[in-house]
Design a protein around this ligand. Structure first.
Ligand SMILES: Cc1ncc(COP(=O)(O)O)c(C=O)c1O
Length: 489
């Protein structure tokens, strides 16, 4: 017990008058000692204004009785509160409360939080995550695909690295150099990137990279272009800066480069596998996009989210390999390694990376070292690539099964398999509307994802079917249910 033990005070007649009738011992927390519980009960009463400053506590025998504890326990508690400054002894005449209440009476009309314009815009653009109701077959996108995760290699690498952790001060805002080396080698070999380890920064996933880049390049009055439809999380991060986000349509060749605006600071694209339509950007459009960006001095944010999710053929090499001084490549392991790690990276030209190195200490300072070192191991040992080769076979078989079943169940619909990614993009035949499809499917116990929330202020007559994590029997059942729901039109 800290401090001098508080002296016992005698009881005086009538002294419980005015003492709050309902002030009784709070419920104990697990492991909480009796005197700590008494101290907390009295401390909370003081901060809540129930025992105002200057209140004289009743004599110790009476108060102990009232609280249902021994006198010793009460004195221990008061000694603790004395050390903390909540009470002070006043000779043999008692103990008094010595601090004012922390909170006034509860306000009914609490004023609104003084939010920044960024917070208001960020909350307006908030992305709805799939969840809520349960369905017999849930095709909504964004759900985990555990088959993809090289769990054994990952947990072994983590355990090995955890055992070696030193507390040496490692302070590289880009991330450990051995991880950047492993990433640079992987990206050169697998994605045709032109990258050296000093061009790589580890991130907490693509979303955090987008946020960091949006904040250093955008502000109200600036323009940023993005594919339309596009990944809602990207559009929201860009729009939260107050810059104007202009949507550029996509067709069977990907982004329609002729429709790019006359000026922009950034353009966000998914050339390997357009999100959500799954088309890949044609060679001619790649050239046109780079020429446009060079002409207007814009940076291209290349989100290579489907790099490791190819099913029927490899996505073309990254755009970054064609123009490393114009393109900032963004990648993530959240779909293919283990979503709990929040591991990602960006590859940027040196001047951009210098800016990010300078601004990062203000936000998350540096990436977590343990995950980063384990990532270096699973990439460097080849375990990641080996596991993915096998896992992609499983997911590709799921897609084949679903496509065959859907074609049989819905002969009037166009069902096209995707070369990369985890979902099918299903255009709606006339006269179906998105809402009617979602409602009819739900009535048969099937959940689908709408495309409209991904479109800038518009309606896209298509739905998404996330198939990658579902076992074959559910895929067959889902296709049959969709047949029953949608065939009639
Ligand atoms: C196209 C696209 N880009 C980026 C992300 C986000 O990646 P991360 O989880 O690394 O933030 C997602 C997540 O679903 C995505 O679909």
């Amino acid at each position: 017990m800290a401090g001098t033990r508080i002296p016992l005070t005698r009881d005086a007649p009538g002294e419980l008058d005015g003492w709050p009738d309902d002030l009784s011992l709070a419920a104990a927390h697990p492991g909480e000692t009796r005197h700590a519980l008494v101290a907390r009960t009295l401390r909370d009463a003081v901060t809540a204004g129930r025992l105002p400053e200057g209140t004289r506590l009743p004599g110790h025998r009476r108060l102990a009785q009232r609280l249902g504890v021994s006198r010793n326990t009460l004195v221990d508690a008061l000694t603790q509160l004395h050390a903390e400054g909540y009470v002070r002894p006043r000779g043999r005449s008692g103990t008094v409360i010595s601090v004012p209440a922390l909170r006034g009476p509860a306000r009914v009309d609490a004023p609104p939080l003084p939010l920044s314009a960024w917070a208001v815009r960020a909350l307006q653009g908030q992305v709805q995550e799939a969840g809520g109701d349960t369905f017999a077959v849930d095709f909504r996108v964004g759900q985990p695909v555990p088959d993809l995760y090289p769990e054994a290699a990952w947990t072994q690498a983590l355990a090995r690295r955890a055992a070696q952790v030193t507390h040496a001060h490692a302070h590289d805002p880009l991330g450990p150099v051995e991880t950047r080396r492993a990433l640079a080698a992987y990206l050169s070999a697998e994605r045709g990137a032109r990258v050296t380890p000093d061009m790589v920064m580890l991130t907490g996933g693509t979303q955090s990279a987008l946020d960091a880049l949006a904040r250093v390049f955008l502000e109200p009055g600036r323009l940023v272009a993005a594919e339309n439809p596009t990944y809602a999380g990207a559009r929201a991060a860009l729009a939260a800066t107050g810059a104007e986000v202009t949507g550029v349509p996509v067709d069977a060749e990907g982004l329609r480069t002729d429709d790019l605006p006359a000026r922009a600071t950034l353009v966000y694209v998914t050339p390997g596998c357009q999100y959500p339509t799954a088309v890949s950007l044609s060679a001619a459009r790649r050239q046109a996009l780079i020429a446009w960006a060079t002409g207007v001095n814009a940076f291209i944010l290349e989100d290579d989210y489907a790099a490791d999710l190819h099913l029927t053929s490899r996505p073309p090499p990254v755009l970054q390999g064609l123009a490393p001084d114009r393109v900032i490549l963004l990648g993530s392991f959240s779909k293919s390694l283990a979503p709990v790690t929040r591991s990602g990276f960006l590859v940027a030209p040196p001047d951009v990376l210098r800016v990010l190195t300078g601004t990062r200490p203000l936000t998350d300072r540096l990436p977590g070292r343990l995950d980063a070192l384990a990532l270096a191991d699973v990439l460097g040992s080849g375990a990641y690539a080996r596991h993915l080769r096998r896992a992609r076979g499983v997911v590709a078989h799921r897609q084949e099964t679903l496509v065959a079943e859907l074609r049989a169940a819905l002969p009037d619909w166009t069902v096209t398999p995707v070369a990369s990614g985890l979902h099918l993009y299903l255009p709606l035949p006339a006269p179906w509307t998105e809402e009617a499809v979602l409602t009819s499917a739900a009535a048969q116990g099937v959940a689908l994802s709408p495309v409209s929330p991904l479109a800038a202020g518009g309606h896209v007559p298509a739905v998404l079917l996330g198939f990658a994590g579902l076992p074959l029997d559910l895929l067959r059942d889902g296709a049959r249910r969709l047949g029953a729901a949608l065939q009639a039109g």
